[in-house]
Design a protein around this ligand. Structure first.
Ligand code: GDP
Ligand code: GDP
Length: 453
């Protein structure tokens, strides 16, 4: 089965290959090479959510008339576009729109393929929105600020991209929660998987016919479907294939990226290790919901303090995911295993939760009331004008302020803690964007600006 193709287009040096590397997760194998004019056309496998696709870098598009190879280069791009389900037009947000961008854009507007406009090199979320806004007049719809180097914004870009790609899964009727089971070797991942799957008839659903041996399993409980991601990776006996040291961290990272909720499985006998912390860090960074599953609880000698000590140990060592609920289970005896799915439900719900702007601002007003923003020695005081939730999965809250530099880490953490305390969001990370005045001016007409300090 052939995969849908996504063509990457843009003039040289805007960061196309960097972005391709980023989108295909760096570690994917190169599937196919074809000699081209400017450089080899390289197809890379990538996936996002439940869609698999190939990304092809078309090479630098030059429309300069004295370029000798112009017709050939155009032909290359046309060939790439002809087979593509969608294209990403990459421009340089730091350089701003150029004549070459405009030429390419007007050519792209005549093509029948859906085009997404990626404004690259936007490392800063605040600046990025402003940089991206400059590209509206290319006439290709909403510009997406991204950074191929840092990865920010690529999630939103991919979310939009997959809308244009044909589905590659069969089971998609009921809304499912995508669950990744990750953890070090031997913590009991496959035992847990068996416990879930043993309970009900599982549907094995390979995601598309790629070379990758990725297999998902779908289980159902009380009308809710759970897609257990990359169960082939869980079942694979890594010890045999790669030796006991092999951790399979990239495979875990990919599973995390595809998941709504990640089960981070910890061995109760070993406690939290550095590798567990690394996984927790990635879960938070990727904005995934999480449940911490402490397995092999049957093997722990307990007294009345044991659970309390364990909770403290987890809090101490897993601060990246300190918002996640924890559960102590035994995959061996089945104790509390079913309860895990209830926590998954909560985490998934909170992950996609949206709160109204008025609630966000009530929390802000209350927080500022207790603790006013800091003032610099020169007498400049931070002011928060208003806040609003800009996205879900994970929830992200933008705070519009006079100058982000006036808010030190302490104060930011205070405000962020207040949101957590007032709004809960148990099981999901929350993102915060502190946006400066420039942007606020652009939104001067927003009806929601209120809450002055
Ligand atoms: P291509 O010719 O379009 O494939 O561009 P490359 O991927 O080779 O990148 C061109 C230059 O831009 C390199 O020096 C990259 O390091 C730089 N670059 C690529 N992506 C980013 C980014 O997201 N931010 C910044 N600041 N620089 C980038
Ligand atoms: P994976 O490598 O993370 O998939 O771990 P496995 O599921 O293969 O389990 C590794 C070992 O731990 C096996 O010997 C299991 O029998 C054992 N194990 C798994 N879950 C439990 C548990 O809840 N309690 C105890 N005592 N042993 C367990």
């Amino acid at each position: 089965m052939s995969l849908p193709v996504v063509a990457i287009i843009g003039r040289p040096n805007v960061g196309k290959s960097t972005l391709v590397n980023r989108l295909s997760g760096m570690m994917e194998s190169i599937v196919h090479d074809e000699p081209g004019v400017t450089r080899d056309r390289t197809y890379r496998e990538a996936f996002w959510r439940d869609r698999d696709f190939l990304v092809v870098d078309t090479g630098g598009l030059v429309f300069d008339d004295d370029t000798e190879f112009l017709p050939l280069i155009r032909e290359q791009a046309l060939m790439a576009l002809a087979e593509a389900s969608a294209a990403i037009f990459v421009v340089d947000g730091q350089a701003g729109p150029t004549t070459a961008d405009e030429t390419i854009a007007s050519w792209l507007r005549q093509q029948s393929v859906p085009i997404l406009l990626a404004v690259n090199k936007c490392e800063s979320p605040e600046q990025g929105l402003i940089q991206a806004a400059e590209f509206w007049n290319l006439g290709l719809g909403e510009p997406f600020p991204v950074s191929g180097i840092h990865g920010n914004g690529t999630g939103e870009l991919l979310d939009q991209l997959v809308v244009y790609l044909p589905e590659t899964t069969e089971v998609e009727a009921i809304e499912e929660i995508k669950v990744a089971i990750v953890g070090r070797p031997n913590v009991g991942k496959s035992s847990l998987l068996n416990a879930f799957v043993g309970e009900s008839r599982a549907i094995v659903s390979p995601i598309s016919g790629t070379t990758r041996d990725t297999i998902d399993m779908v289980v159902e409980r009380k009308e809710q479907r759970y897609r257990l991601i990359d169960t082939a990776g869980i079942r694979k006996k890594k010890q045999v294939e790669y030796g006991p040291e092999f951790f399979g961290i990239n495979r875990a990272f990919k599973a995390i990226r595809r998941a709504d909720v990640v089960l981070l499985v910890i061995d109760a006998l070993d406690g939290v290790t550095e590798q567990d912390q690394k996984l927790a860090g990635r879960i938070a960074e990727d904005g995934r919901a999480c449940v911490i599953v402490v397995n092999k609880w049957d093997a722990v000698e307990k007294d009345s303090y044991t659970i309390y000590d364990s909770e403290n140990h987890l809090k101490d060592r897993l601060h990246f995911t300190d918002w996640a609920e924890t559960i102590h289970v035994s995959a061996l005896t089945g104790q509390r295993v079913e309860k895990i799915l209830e926590l998954v439900n909560t985490a998934a719900e909170q992950h996609k939760r949206r709160v109204s702007t008025s609630v966000v601002n009530e929390v802000l007003e209350e927080a500022i009331g207790w603790h006013t923003p800091p003032t610099t020695r020169q007498g400049r005081q931070g002011k928060i004008y208003y806040g609003t939730q800009v996205t879900a999965q994970p929830p992200a809250i933008a705070l519009f302020v006079n100058d982000p530099k006036l808010f030190n880490d302490n104060y930011r953490r205070y405000i962020e803690r207040q949101f957590r305390q007032q709004l809960g969001f148990t099981g999901t990370p929350i993102r915060f964007f502190w946006r400066g005045k420039k942007l606020r001016e652009a939104e001067r007409n927003s009806p929601n600006r209120a809450t002055r300090v």
